[in-house]
Design a protein around this ligand. Structure first.
Ligand SMILES: *Cc1c(COP(=O)(O)O)cnc(C)c1O
Length: 372
């Protein structure tokens, strides 16, 4: 079946006990045992498993074409739980422009615990190859990356990882399964912050891991999910589940709006550079055209005149909201370096834009007045 159909039907039928068409949210922490002590519905306690989480996991496994999925309280909880399934002494290769929270988990939390990470420029496969060791267990990719929208060749990176017996993970948050299917390209695990496009309405935090094979390693991640407890509530699962039903139409509309905004900005004299994989000038344009159905709804701009000029533009927008995060219906703009803090590699004159679902003419008019 096609993604649009799976997004609505996978993991959900009308409720067998009431006939409810929209999935009920089961706000229960515990489940009754039968007289013989068995658990007739398969559920014991809500942390271990519950109907809303199970439905969400089934839907996302279907969308990414995986064997199994595990839902978490945030994208970062998914990242941490996955990395905790590795062992002290194991080695990870990660992008030097990884989402800053991912880098903080690898460096500051799991570094002291014994995980070794080499950060490389993932767009340069020679650097990936050189970083691989016999102890490398995981190659982490994020494409398009945050905030420069750099593009990693997923299939080629997966080949390299597999040569040393490592798994390849792709943080697919920015692309969504509508635009990019990492498991089909050779990745072993797809990861999302469902806080972004999957939830889609800026009202729920969540994360998901989808595995191509439900193997021993993923079983260990499940152990960490169920016992570590970094899980989403049934209500949050229900919100993400609802968001996913409209994912395909939303993402295509985000892409169309982003294309219009990127074209406008790329011709504007006050803009030094537009980072958008849909523009032929983007260094990752060719790979993006191959591995993504459309270039996505995110872009970054570098404003002429440095940090102050960029801050002033962000200060003048009226329709865009100055806020972090992305993937919701409302357009957001953010000065990224100041939110990432000291040590960031993000240029000081960069503004990251999450193009929402307003009319593109209104978005362009707002940017035009802010840049004038
Ligand atoms: C937001 C984000 C995360 C972290 O997800 P949270 O839900 O905020 O914990 C990870 N990766 C990418 C690419 C993101 O945009």
């Amino acid at each position: 079946m096609h993604l649009e159909t799976l997004a609505i039907h996978a993991g959900h039928d009308a409720d067998p006990t009431t006939g409810a068409v929209a999935p009920p949210i089961y706000l229960t922490t515990t489940f009754e045992r039968a007289e013989d002590g068995s658990f007739p519905h398969g559920y014991v306690y809500a942390r271990t498993d519950n109907p809303n989480r199970q439905a969400l996991e089934a839907r996302l496994a279907a969308l990414e074409g995986g064997a199994a999925a595990l839902a978490f309280a945030s994208g970062s909880a998914a990242t941490l739980s996955l990395c905790q399934a590795l062992r002290p002494g194991d080695h990870v290769v990660a992008p030097n422009d990884a989402y800053y929270g991912t880098a903080a988990i690898l460096r500051q939390i799991l570094g002291p615990w014994g995980l070794e990470t080499t950060f490389v420029d993932m767009t340069d496969l020679a650097q990936v190859e050189e970083a691989l060791r016999p102890t490398t267990r995981l190659v982490w990719t994020e494409t398009p990356s945050n905030p420069l929208l750099r593009i990693t060749d997923i299939a080629a990176a997966a080949d390299l990882a597999h040569r040393v017996g490592a798994r390849l993970l792709c943080d697919n948050t920015w692309a969504t399964p509508v635009l990019q299917r990492p498991l089909d390209l050779g990745a072993d695990i797809a990861m999302h912050s469902t806080t972004k496009y999957l939830g889609g309405h800026a009202d729920v935090t969540g994360g998901i891991l989808v595995a191509r094979q439900d193997d021993e390693f993923f079983e260990r991640v499940r152990l960490i999910q169920r016992n570590g407890g970094g899980i989403p509530s049934p209500f949050d699962c229900g919100l993400v589940q609802r968001g996913i039903t409209t994912l395909a139409v939303r993402v295509r509309a985000h892409c169309e709006n982003a294309r219009r905004v990127a074209e406008f900005l790329s011709e504007h004299p006050r803009i030094e550079r537009v980072h958008y994989p849909g523009l032929p000038s983007h260094p990752g344009h060719d790979i993006a055209s191959r591995q993504m159905a459309l270039p996505g709804g995110m872009l970054s701009i570098q404003v002429r005149g440095g940090r102050d000029a960029a801050m002033a533009v962000a200060g003048r927008v009226r329709l865009f909201t100055r806020a972090t995060s992305l993937g919701g219906v409302e357009s957001l703009i953010e000065h990224r370096a100041s939110v990432e803090g000291p040590g960031t590699r993000t240029p000081d004159n960069l503004l990251r834009v999450s193009v929402g679902l307003e009319h593109p003419d209104d978005l362009i008019a707002d940017l035009a007045q802010a840049l004038s």
